[in-house]
Design a protein around this ligand. Sequence first.
Ligand SMILES: [Zn+2]
Length: 423
Amino acid sequence: MKFIFSDSLDMVDPGFDFIEDRNAPNRRPYWDDAYPHELFENPPYDGMLVSKATVGDQHIKGKFTESQAMRFHRVGAREFLRLDQQKYTSMPIFGDCGAFSYAEEPTPPYTPEEMVEFYDDCSFTHGCSVDHIIFDFDENLSGIEGGSEDARMRFALTLDNASRFLKEHQAHGSSFVPLGAVQGWSPTSIAEAARQLCAMGYDYLAVGGLVPLKAPQIHLVVQAIRNAVPASTRLHLLGFAKADVIEQFVRYDITSFDTTSPLIRAFKDDKKNYYVLSDSGELTYFTALRVPQATENTRLKKAAKEGKINQEELQRLEKKSLKTLRAFDRNEASIDETLEAIISYNVFLESSLHDNVAIRDKLSAKLNPLYRETLQARPWKSCVCPICKTAGIEVIIFRGSNRNRRRGMHNLFVYHNRVKQLR
Ligand SMILES: [Zn+2]
């Protein structure tokens, strides 16, 4: 089971100065920045995935700049992602369309022929056919009953695209491995799509549309697919947001899945944002300590302009929080002192922003046990990853992309270890 990291230029500045809170002098974005695999001895994933919609083009504004997108096409995915060194040659690079970005459109902006060309030109090792997301889902339907008119249109379109995609792949003599994308509105309609894709000649299927589904529904879907296709058919789970419970899915013989959730968790989740493996090998979590940037935050800037916030006091509390945290890391400050500093800052900030004193006690009561647990355990001290080794306590401070993404990269490393255990 391969863990494929779905990338959208998630890089950090290796020369970032935590004390001064600034990038290395003369740092050039992308060129001087590092991908997760460049910071670890062994990559914290088994491969990478790039969506066409992330690269961007005339149809969809991606996350790449125009010159980055041009370079991606010119040098190909492997060189662009800096996976062109000898030690990375066995790492697969998956491509897909990024169907979520055009889910609202009546039809996908890409043709199967264009996508085959894109995968070939950019030297992907694996490429998914052009799917169109179906949002309806009803696990109680059987066979191919039900489904709105729109769902049925998308179902037929996705299958037709897959058929054209495979023909183009053969006609082109393409060397990448083609994956047939599966969409449907119920476990059994999804299984029917999978069956038809196998009949076309696919032996590797990419199961899409899983993002809005809950884990029990995903079980029904994958089980239904497994019942409908030959045992030798390989399965890939596209955009697998339930990555934290991957162990539940091992039994379906999943060949690969892509996700970005361990990285995203680091800054999108309020509480569970720093991963550790427990003694029994399960994923557990700590809460990162929030010290927002008093002068950089747009919400704070606005509040300061409106006179809602005492900026001098804010900056004083911010500095004190950082100083105390670093002292704590050197065993020069107690847990209580450290908690007091960070929580006062957070409470001052929120209560001034919301003009609400009542929030004070509530927030303090919420943060206190979570932050205490983190400080007591000092998980960054025992982590063997190079991020924690070099950034120290900064990795668990929730503040700015250089700290938050580093924590995300630490999470990738822990998560990858979890997946390796399950193999
Ligand atoms: Zn670490």
